[in-house]
Design a protein around this ligand. Sequence first.
Ligand code: GLC
Length: 480
Amino acid sequence: MKKVLHISSECYPAAKAGGMGDVVGALPLYLPAAGAKSSVIIPKYANKWFKGKTFKAVAKGSFAMGPYQIDYKIQTLKKNTLGYDLYCVDLPGLFDRDSIYLDVDGHGYKDEPQRNIAFQTAVVDWLAKGKTSFDILNCHDHMTGLIPFMVKYATAYQSLSSTPTVLTIHNGMYKGEFDWKIANYLPPYSSQHDGILDWDHKINSLATAIKCAWKVNTVSPNYMKEIMRDAGPMTHLYHMEEHKCLGILNGVDTKLWDPSTDSFLEHKLQDHVWVKFKQQNKTALLKQFGLKSRRPLVGFIGRLTDQKGADLLAEALDQKLSSNANLSMIILGTGDVSIEARLQELAKKYPKSVATYIAYDEGLARSIYAGCDYLIMPSRFEPCGLNQLFAMRYGTIPVVSDVGGLVDTVPDISIKGNGIVFGHSNIYAIQHALERAIALYKEKNTFKSLRSKLVKLDYSWSKSAETYAKLYQSLINSKV
Ligand code: GLC
């Protein structure tokens, strides 16, 4: 069986900041059935998950990074119940922090480029020793985007140059750019390749990966179409590399996301009786947050950022509720301080209609998927989106903007689809979508039959894992 190494800064349950963590933690479980054994390598953080585990050393090494000598250790779990091999890179002083990306004030770490270079060099340095080998290296987002360059052009790592690399783009907005001043932190390479690292006079990790990886995939087909149309200053680059680009839709780990066994839920789904399951969970949520009943309950889960349209949602909701719209809303997430404050203010203004919970809380998220009638995602862009898939698994109707992977997974009910879709995420479109949700809720039979339809849809990883496995095989075949 071919062997794939997923190289990432996140992997659920060890370290997760967003959907990429879910994907890297789930895809390896589904790949073996499609013929690809998967392992994952991530940095060793000092968060709760890592602190509660014991590790054994697999390898160690050191390399120069500019003026610094970096010592690293590759470790694995002493007792692994994950279902795939998880390697972690111990880099003291760089990754032994609680948070993955943000300092205590919520700002990105200032030494982000150094951390990312050190992690990537350590991975490549370890692989080049050749004791553990892989047929494919699958890099995830810009944090691992320099690896396809390192294996191709770094003088010391030429033994890896024939190993195919794949870049999976979860979010093309983040590029991992840094100043040429620290180019000497990279492992030595011939300066004739400087142009490959460069985009707009900076070293750009994402652009470098797009140029060097053997294949580039986004996490939905529609998001790939969108960035081909407009990726800002990088559109031209995507066009040049179009021949090796494709979109593969994310899936759901259906074992982890199963309303009949979900250990976070007090009221689980029993004997497929959805009406009871939804009612019990909704009642519990309304009670917990002191919200009005006998009206649709809408949830929002996610980062409170512009990308997710959380700012637009706040305005749309304020306007709707000031004209007495008949709905209740629960918002769960963290993010921009100003959006957090605005949403908290709404909860104060409409205490019986809006509950805002500023936190990352897996348990509450599960209760929201289980107890809400609708889940709204007013994203300005959305490479795939997983929440709409989780929602449908838990019998909750998605209300989404028509972008990225939301288009691939939620066709509008007017075209026999499975959710409410609104064009261009703006305040009026959101308000109109909420009105449609309120109206649909009143049509009890239509509402119920839509729910029965949703819960039968198959968005599991199995199909997409096969597409990844085929992609890996085609790269292996292209070598001979
Ligand atoms: C990022 C994207 C999201 C995607 C996830 C997993 O978080 O914003 O749309 O589903 O990565 O690929």
